[in-house]
Design a protein around this ligand. Structure first.
Ligand code: GLC
Length: 559
């Protein structure tokens, strides 16, 4: 397998709105990030993925961009950006920018022009269609509830928006759109950034004719058939030719609906498209009748089956990205583990071990390295996320879900659960701001915060630091082959990694208990004389029979 710096890296995701506020306006900013670069250095991460910082009216917290080459006023200036980038590079940290080009803001000058008249030169930058019998042009649903079409009376036509109506979809079939996007990307690369995380990139090529989707019984709108569209690979290869291949970048495509076969194309090993993709199968396992709005929990056997499928099937053909959480997902500890006070430290370390020892590039979402948990919202007024607010309205208005249940689902699965401020210390507002934070702070910040954990060698923070450092020491963690053990166990996730070297074989055995009580595991013969590489328990030596403490994790290395 070919060595690449981004295979050996650990990525840290910053959600800038909630990371660190330097000027007391309650919103995180670039100077805030600069003030915390030493923290990232201390943790040892190699790459920062920065969620959007571009000029935006913030209908979807920056994922609605009105100028790709300007910084959002609340976040600072381009000079701040340059200083931040230089500060990262000085510390050996690379920067991956969020590239949001499936859509723009409706306040982007292209759209402002486009909506003016049917013959405006920018008209064809977006999707404009006539209504059908007084209704929308097709039955597509928006990912943020309701129809994916918005009527615009200036020209008596509808435009397509797969997300909010302030996020009109760009028409990638128009070569001018592609050229504009590529030259903007080159501009950022020339500034010295190190890569892109590409927002919903699997949706950029729409089926010709925009055909109706299949309606589920009782539904008003259908899931649009827009993922992995007919030209998506062609457009990404063109992007690769025009932009990516000229620099040494790391690229990751956010690929909703990606299959193994498709992933092998997006992240093809010959480097003609992207470095890797985000797949979403493991974070869809707890979906229910209303999609993500449910209180279902993931069954560990399903989780192992899906993770193992991606591990085995991409081996040698493409590269995995490893994540349990991000700004669109609940806190991984609350969702896949147990955030109760007596278990959360063990469990956060266990989940980290389980993920970071797999094959692929691990992503740490801000605060995950502290074991931050879902923030509870007492009422809808505390919720800021457009997806949750729209879904609440749609599902409760229709009487399908009671407001109480919906509030419970938002607290379990809504995006704001993980978007609350980073917990820096135990001072007011967790040290995030001296003003009024734009969204509530998790009330548990006095128990869970960075300052305490940096001072405590047994903390979740120090465990992450150790995991990240180990990746630099042991090639088997990066490049070893993966093999699942005990697939039927309902409580244990055990696997091995194997790397053939010129002078022998390195083997790693990883055992993670997802149980709140003790469990036993028989150590395979060949690991009995192995050494304990890392673990969250008090274990010092390898014995035949392990009695695992609740949420214990251990990795044994045999050379
Ligand atoms: C991606 C982003 C999400 C955003 C959406 C629309 O899924 O991660 O936060 O709302 O795209 O841009």
């Amino acid at each position: 397998m070919e060595r690449k710096w981004w295979k050996e890296a650990v990525v840290y995701q910053i959600y800038p709105r909630s990371f660190m506020d330097s000027d007391g306006d309650g919103v995180g900013d670039l100077k805030g990030i600069i003030s915390r670069l030493d923290y990232l250095k201390e943790l040892g991460v190699d790459v920062v993925w920065l969620s959007p910082v571009y000029k935006s009216p913030n209908d979807d917290n920056g994922y609605d961009i009105s100028d790709y080459q300007a910084i959002m006023e609340e976040f600072g200036t381009m000079e701040d950006f340059d200083r931040m980038l230089a500060g990262m590079h000085e510390r050996g940290i690379r920067l991956v920018m969020d590239l949001v080009v499936n859509h723009t803001s409706d306040e982007h000058p292209w759209f402002v022009e486009s909506r003016k008249s049917k013959d405006n030169p920018y008209r064809d930058y977006y999707f404009w269609r006539e209504g059908k019998e007084g209704k929308e042009p097709n039955n597509w649903a928006s990912c943020f509830s309701g129809s994916a079409w918005q009527y615009d009376d200036a020209t008596d036509m509808y435009y397509l928006h797969l997300f909010s109506k302030k996020q009109p979809d760009l028409n990638w079939d128009n070569p001018k759109v592609r050229d504009e996007v590529f030259s903007m990307m080159n501009w950022w690369c020339d500034k010295g950034i190190d890569g892109f995380r590409m927002d919903v990139i699997s949706m950029i090529s729409k089926k010709p004719g925009l055909p109706d989707g299949e309606l589920f019984p009782g539904a008003q709108y259908a899931w649009p058939g827009v993922v992995n569209g007919p030209h998506v690979h062609e457009y990404l290869q063109e992007m690769n030719c025009q932009v990516l291949s000229h620099y040494d970048l790391m690229t990751v495509g956010e690929c909703a609906g990606v299959t193994i076969e498709e992933a092998k194309k997006y992240a093809r090993a010959d480097g003609k498209e992207l470095s890797m993709v985000f797949q979403f199968e493991h974070v869809g396992l707890d979906d229910g009748r209303f999609g993500k709005w449910t209180d279902r929990r993931v069954d560990l056997r399903d989780f192992k089956r899906i993770m193992s499928k991606w591990q085995s099937e991409l081996a040698g053909a493409a590269w995995n990205s490893l994540f349990l959480g991000n700004h669109d997902q609940p806190r991984s500890l609350s969702r896949f583990g147990c955030d109760a006070p007596q278990h959360r430290v063990m469990c956060a370390k266990m989940l980290a071990t389980c993920l970071h020892m797999m094959q692929g590039t691990p992503y740490v979402y801000q605060g995950e390295e502290l074991g931050m948990t879902n923030t509870p919202f007492d009422s809808l007024d505390e919720v800021r996320d457009i997806e949750s607010l729209n879904a609440f309205r749609e599902l409760t208005d229709g009487g399908v879900v009671t407001p109480e249940d919906m509030m419970r689902f938002i607290n379990l699965r809504g995006r704001d659960t993980a978007r609350t401020p980073m917990q820096w210390d135990d001072s007011e507002n967790a040290g995030f701001t001296t003003g009024t934070p734009w969204i509530k702070v998790n009330p548990n910040y006095k128990e869970i915060n960075a300052a305490d954990q940096m001072a405590d060698p047994d903390s979740v923070f120090h465990y992450y630091k150790k995991l990240i450092a180990l990746r630099k020491q042991e090639d088997v963690i990066v490049y070893g082959d993966y093999q699942l053990l005990a697939p039927e166990s309902e409580t244990l996730y055990a696997y091995t990694r194997t790397l053939e070297r010129e002078d022998g074989t390195d083997e790693l055995l990883v055992i993670c208990s997802f149980a709140g009580q003790e469990e036993t595991f028989e150590i395979p013969e060949k690991f009995l004389d192995g050494e304990i590489l890392i673990g969250n328990g008090r274990r010092e030596s390898v014995e035949r029979r392990f009695i695992l403490a609740p949420y214990e994790a251990v990795a044994i290395l045999k050379r």
